[in-house]
Structure formats: structure tokens, C-alpha cells
Design a protein around this ligand. Structure first.
Ligand SMILES: C[S@@+](CC[C@H](N)C(=O)[O-])C[C@H]1O[C@@H](n2cnc3c(N)ncnc32)[C@H](O)[C@@H]1O
Length: 298
């Protein structure tokens, strides 16, 4: 559903929007704005179901990917694709949102070869797996029927992928090769105004930050972009990205300062770690106000 722009979304909450519509019956919402009516209660419920599941996704980050999923549901309606599910913390957030806004099942891709979080796959083991816990966590959250589970490596699924994607959530192999494969394999299917987000772009991993800087911020296919927590996100706007050039250039400068610290894929220590953290502290990454965030995507 696309709604004509009649007024700015900023400084409005769901109740204000509803009452204005009720009052004059004429106001039209901008794209994505209608989720303001119930997003808070949807994301509260989703976080309640997911918060005790092991994983590194923080509450702020969980709320933000819920917002990305809800926005994509209300504007573009492509699939939500998750690369890297582990025990289901982010899957449950996405699936709860997908169910509420009537999206098709979330496509959740993970080989589930490890029982502890493994961010750079080097080997396959048969005897330890996150799969049983993943399945039982989805069941306990009541979302098994809104998740399309693929126990597979993302690159294998990418080979035959052909469905439109509204929100691509990349949280799998964090090496440069892994993140690049994920982005190259699935981003061609992002619909216009679809969203992509990388987890751990502001943590000490080589892949997410470099792919975000080089393939998203320096690309003319992407528009509004930013960081929230350690998530790097952007909106796919092929042919209309120039409006966000200065925003993206400034973000790219901040992101590119971090790449040399993480590119050898080895843990940082001592002064190098301190310098990395100093550079990272200059990157704005707080949780945005929902209506202001929606307004900047118009
Ligand atoms: C950080 S965890 C994901 C956490 C999860 N999103 C959450 O919110 O709890 C990374 C996951 O990526 C998976 N993974 C690693 N390489 C992958 C690949 N090539 N394709 C799909 N999943 C992969 C790992 O098995 C692991 O479960």
C-alpha cells in the first residue's frame, strides 16, 4: 500500500494519527506511517517472546529490526529473509511482525551446525546443533507456521533464489567473504524501497562493515541509511538515491575508518582496540524515533 504524502510524519504518534483521521476523515498517511497505530504493542509482544533466547541481539536492535520488518510489510510486501537464525531470537521478532502485518512466512536460513554462536564458519560438525532449540523456541513463541525454515548455507539457497525481498537481514557468516556472498546472492532481489540490514557492523568483524561501506554506502542503488546499535541498515532506492548522497558519504567516512582495524579478521587488543573504539564512538547509532525514521524514507 502506498499513501500520498500529505503531511510530515515526525512528531506524531499512533494515537495522534488515528484521531486526526477520525476527526476529518480526509488525512492520508505517508508510506509506512500506518504501522504507527499499533507498532509499539506488536514489538513489545515480540520482544517478550524472544528476550530469553540466547543471542547477541540487544533489545534496541530487536525493536529496530521489528521496525524494518513492519515498514517493509506496510510499503513493499516482499519476503523477509533472515540469514543466520541460531536459536531464533531475531527469527521470532521478525515472524511476530510478519504474522501481525499479514506477510508471507519469514525465510530463515541457517545450517544449524553449531550449538554456540559461530560467526565465521570453518567446519561442520554433526554432533552439536542449534536446530532442536531453534524449533522448540519457535513453537513456544507460537510462530512455527510463519517461518519457512531452510537448514542450509545461504550461498546454496541463493543459487536458486528468485522471490522478491522486502527486508534482507544478514546475520550469518561475518567474515568478509561470507557477508559479501550473502549480499551479492540476495540483494539483487530487493524490491524498490526494500530494506537491508547487517548485524554486528560495529563489532570487530571484517565482513558486515566492509560490505556496508563499499557495496551499500558507495552505491547509487541505496538511499537512506544508518546505524542502530551494531546494525547497519539501508533502503534500496535504485534511480532515486541522490537525495541521500551527503548522508551516505558522511556515514561511509565513519565506516571506512573502521575497516583497517578489522580487515585481518583477528581479535583486536591493546591500543589498536582502543583506537577502534574511539573511531566507533564517532558513529551515530541510537534508536530513532519511529515516526521521524519513517519520514526520512519518503
Ligand atoms: C550470530 S548467529 C545468528 C543470531 C540470530 N540472528 C539471533 O538473533 O540470535 C550466526 C548464525 O549464522 C549461522 N551461519 C553461519 N554461516 C552461515 C551461512 N553461510 N549461511 C547461513 N547461516 C550461517 C550460524 O550457524 C549461526 O547460527
Amino acid at each position: 500500500m502506498l499513501f500520498a504524502v500529505r503531511c510530515r510524519a515526525s512528531q506524531r504518534d499512533g494515537r495522534a494519527i488515528r484521531s486526526e483521521r477520525e476527526r476529518n476523515g480526509r488525512r492520508t498517511l505517508v508510506a509506512g506511517e500506518e504501522i504507527l497505530q499499533d507498532f509499539d504493542s506488536v514489538i513489545d509482544a515480540a520482544w517478550w517472546s524472544a528476550k530469553n533466547i540466547p543471542g547477541f541481539l540487544t533489545e534496541h536492535e530487536a525493536r529496530f529490526i521489528g521496525l524494518l520488518a513492519a515498514y517493509s510489510a506496510s510499503t513493499v510486501r516482499g519476503h523477509i529473509v533472515e540469514i543466520g537464525s541460531f536459536k531464533g531470537r531475531s527469527t521470532i521478532i521478525l515472524a511476530t511482525v510478519a504474522r501481525h502485518y499479514g506477510l508471507p512466512p519469514v525465510v530463515a536460513i541457517d545450517p544449524h551446525n553449531f550449538n554456540s554462536i559461530e560467526l565465521q564458519h570453518h567446519r561442520v560438525t554433526e554432533d552439536s546443533s542449534s536446530f532442536a532449540e531453534f524449533e522448540s523456541n519457535l513453537k513456544a513463541a507460537g510462530v512455527s507456521d510463519v517461518v519457512e525454515v531452510h537448514r542450509a548455507y545461504s550461498a546454496d539457497l541463493a543459487t536458486n533464489w528468485n522471490r522478491p525481498i522486502g527486508f534482507l537481514w544478514i546475520d550469518g557468516d561475518h567474515s568478509y567473504r561470507g557477508a559479501k556472498l550473502d549480499f551479492d546472492g540476495f540483494s539483487p532481489y530487493l524490491v524498490d524501497r526494500g530494506l537491508v540490514a547487517f548485524h554486528d557492523a560495529l563489532h570487530e568483524f571484517a565482513g558486515p562493515i566492509r560490505v556496508f561501506a563499499e557495496d551499500v554506502l558507495r552505491s547509487d542503488r541505496f538511499g537512506a541509511s544508518g546505524f542502530v546499535g551494531s546494525i547497519a541498515w539501508s533502503q534500496h532506492r535504485p534511480g532515486a538515491s541522490s537525495r541521500w548522497d551527503s548522508m551516505k558519504k558522511s556515514l561511509a567516512r565513519g565506516a571506512e575508518r573502521l575497516i583497517p582495524f578489522v580487515s585481518d579478521e583477528r581479535p583486536l587488543r591493546g591500543p589498536r582496540k582502543m583506537l577502534y573504539k574511539l573511531n566507533r564512538s564517532r558513529v551515530p547509532r541510537s534508536l530513532p524515533n519511529v515516526s521521524e525514521w519513517i519520514a526520512q524514507l519518503q
